[in-house]
Ligand binder design. Sequence first.
Ligand code: CP
Ligand code: NVA
Length: 301
Amino acid sequence: MKHLLKLMDCTPEEILGILDLADRLKAERKAGVAHPLLAGKTLGMIFEKSSTRTRVSFETGMYQLGGHALFLSSRDLQIGRGEPVQDTARVLSRYLDGIMIRTFAQEEVENLARYGSIPIVNGLTDFCHPCQVLADLMTIREHKGKLAGLNMCYIGDGNNMANSLIVGGLKMGMHVSVACPKAYRPDPKVMAFTEEYPGMFLCTELPMEAAKDADVIFTDVWASMGQEAEKAERERAFAGYQVNAALLAAAHPGCMVQHCLPAHRGEEITEDVFEAHAAEIFDEAENRLHAQKAVLVTVMK
Ligand code: CP
Ligand code: NVA
């Protein structure tokens, strides 16, 4: 595996390989065993959007792997003043051993990979959030002991998280059901991808239908980064798409709740549901570190 641009590019074996390595790195870290697998290597981290988890987990992860990470804000880079991505990619390839990028257009990430000559990792675009979903799959497997055959449910905006969860869940043999308003469905490329999995995918406007017999329920913010101006309109559109106690009653007993964070209590998730599932949600946040270290080792070693 050369890059991690989107989960659609990964085989199920590659995803499982990352999850297995992530489990190993987590166990070693808990046991105090050092693993300097990327000693002497430098990761550049380009951020065109805000971040808490992605920035801190990648930077810490590189340090734990014996390497170094550079935080590169687009506010300071020449890319923010219009230097073409083709040139930035070729320059940074001369200095760095890998790039993690968080930006708006998926095309920008794909272009970095096309014009550069070092591994590129997608740290979130408007289209997808593959690193987050690898951590999510790791967390589900940790809690449930398996992935294949489980029912994954997503409630809310058909956004980057929905797109990656659908692809990752189906590739891992999970049944995936999504409830979202008609105007906010997942990306058409992802909807087309689901056609390769007959009987495994449901997209509905009814949250209760999607949550039926769920083993894990996901949600995400109603207005993603870059959609701040649509906040009021989105609050109206998503009013019935909340993860609350009534919705969980339709799920399997022992159903997990996951949220990539940051969460907006009282909007996509109620305070009581969030706090009742806080242990799982913060395991999910922790696993960003372990899953991403596995990604970095896989593409950069
Ligand atoms: N979940 C996630 O990607 O968090 P950050 O935006 O804080 O990186
Ligand atoms: N859908 C959210 C995810 C944040 C981690 C966003 O893109 O802002």
